[in-house]
Design a protein around this ligand. Sequence first.
Ligand code: GDP
Length: 305
Amino acid sequence: MITILSGGTGTPKLIQGIKKIYDQNEINVIVNTLENDYFSGVYVAADIDTVMYTFSNMINDETWYGIKNDTFITNEELKKLNSPELLRIGDKDRALKIQKTQLLKTHNLSETVDIQRKKLGIKSKIIPMSNEKSQIKIVTDIGELEFHQFLIGEKSGPKVEDIVFNNVKPADGVISSIKESDITIIGPSNPITSILPIISMKNVEKTLQKAYVVAVSPIIGNNPVSGPAGMFMNALGYEVSSYGVASIYKNFLNKFIIDEEDAEFKEKIEKIVDNVEITNTKMTNIKIKEKLAKIILNKYKNKII
Ligand code: GDP
């Protein structure tokens, strides 16, 4: 069995590669929940839905948000009613979110996601990091903002001064999944807003220290491949580089995979992580995604399909 820690863009790209080469019944994904919130009357768990759509081959993999070829009739109607949406939710995508909202009246998030992933025919387990409600807040020069308000409402414009979130309790299955896995993979996700919330939960870091953990850097040179990871790392005082990412994970990392463009930093990173591997991590097509998946799972050749 393998466990993957995920946000909603970089790691899902890697999951597309992993699911092609590994038995999907043997994959568990622990997904960040601290960006979840209600929008337009529905519960939006964007990262969880992206992971679900990635497994069910429905994902819009240009935006890494919502369903490919979706329509936006309801979204347009809401605009006409003078209720524009902060998040542009597609019609089919909204159906899953409406169902999630209804299920949450009688089930917790873990149960809700498990019902939905089975309906979508997904064999892998998708485990929300927590069933407790909490949210990341971005402290900026114009005040404290909700994550999506910062990202979409303010277009990541304000100067980031701090990132704050409460520690929540890991959902059932988080600790046991890591314990029972041959390998735990930290995909190239935003280390501050996607991964830090997961690894900051009680007992997670302790469990990772006893596990075999491989991470892929989401930073190449001094920039993230996409999104605001750079400004968030900077705000928390980390160098925006693969070295900076390694310094966040160093207490439990067995192997760190960096991009070939960062080959010159291998020696520096090896001072804090034992094993550093260099390859192309720019996942621009399925062949590259599969190749990266094979490099990560190399030790488990017998289980690769
Ligand atoms: P979010 O929830 O949408 O923020 O998504 P994630 O946290 O899963 O992923 C965001 C991170 O993925 C960003 O920091 C990007 O730099 C990284 N990323 C996206 N695509 C790639 C890629 O092809 N290769 C690598 N190495 N990183 C990537």
